[in-house]
Write a protein that binds this ligand. Structure first.
Ligand code: KIV
Length: 285
């Protein structure tokens, strides 16, 4: 019998953090994967703008539009009605002004049924976090490797390696928390930096991606987890099952079977009754 799940809420997540229970979180971009994640009991999903690379084939996240995000986030919500759903604000959907940020954050809530939004950036983005929170929308910050700023960061590489840069990340996390962020995601920073940020967090949870074991929760990119992004496998990811290989083998077998006349087999089609077929032939003269 399918287990009946109740809706995962922010107070529920904070309760788990208070009890020091680590929370797993995954990215997701489509209905069938969301249905699997709901069935598996995943509690928190990020519809990341990484969908620009994993689903749409761009080389970066920069070309992703609000329309892309809303379409994919809505599909995920239909597949996973009970998860805590976070919509990732795409490039230039919030940077220019507080007003723009609030309007686009509101679209995630109203049009896609999200429970929170995430945006990239440190203290400079604290006013956006404040404005979105004041509008009643839970906001999550994102520090460390922030892919929308990949040009200024000099590539997809470890952030906060030096004491001085690590201090900036600690200060940025506190600035986001003070502005009302309910959570902060730390991507690709050293493990002990993540631990320091977590220990200093008072009213927000810390999620880690490639940042060691100390965060309140872990995030992983679904496509990395199942070998579904053939271009690249980052060190921070672990392949938990090679669905990519299963799919590739299935595609080759399909081609072989069609060419050999083995597919479709008798159980894959519908026959017409003899009298109906005879009638058809008569009608056709
Ligand atoms: O877009 C995304 O999936 C993200 C994660 C890399 C954190 O922002």
């Amino acid at each position: 019998m399918t287990e009946v799940r109740t809706k995962i809420t922010l107070p529920y997540l904070f309760d788990k953090v208070a009890k020091r229970e680590r929370r797993p979180c995954l990215t997701c971009y489509d209905y069938p994967s969301a249905d699997f994640q709901e069935q598996a009991g995943i509690e928190m999903i990020l519809v990341g703008d990484s969908l620009g690379m994993t689903m749409l084939g761009y080389d970066s996240t920069l070309p992703v539009k609000m329309e892309d995000m809303i379409r994919h986030a809505s599909a995920v919500r239909r597949g996973a009605p009970n998860v805590f759903l976070v919509g990732d604000m795409p490039y230039m959907s919030y940077q220019a002004s507080n007003e723009l940020a609030v309007l686009n954050a509101g679209r995630f809530m109203a049009e896609a049924g999200c429970d929170a939004i995430k945006l990239e950036g440190g203290a400079a983005m604290a006013p956006r976090i404040r404005a979105i929170s004041d509008a009643g929308i839970p906001a999550i910050g994102h520090l460390g490797l922030t892919p929308q700023s990949v040009a200024s960061l000099g590539g997809f590489r470890l952030q906060g390696k030096s004491a001085a840069l690590a201090k900036t990340i600690v200060d940025d996390a506190k600035a986001l928390e003070m502005a009302g962020a309910v959570g902060v995601l730390l991507e690709l920073v050293p493990d002990r930096l993540c631990k320091v940020v977590k220990e200093r967090a008072e009213n927000c949870f810390i999620m880690g991606l490639g940042s060691g074991p100390h965060a309140h929760g872990q995030l992983l990119i679904y496509h990395d987890m199942f070998g579904l992004y053939p271009k690249f496998k980052p060190k921070m990811a672990k392949v938990f099952g090679n669905a990519g290989e299963v799919i590739l083998n299935g595609l080759k077998t399909y081609q072989d079977e069609v060419k050999a006349g083995k597919f479709p087999a008798r159980e894959n089609w519908f026959a017409m009754q003899d009298e109906e077929f005879d009638g058809l032939m008569k009608l056709l003269g």
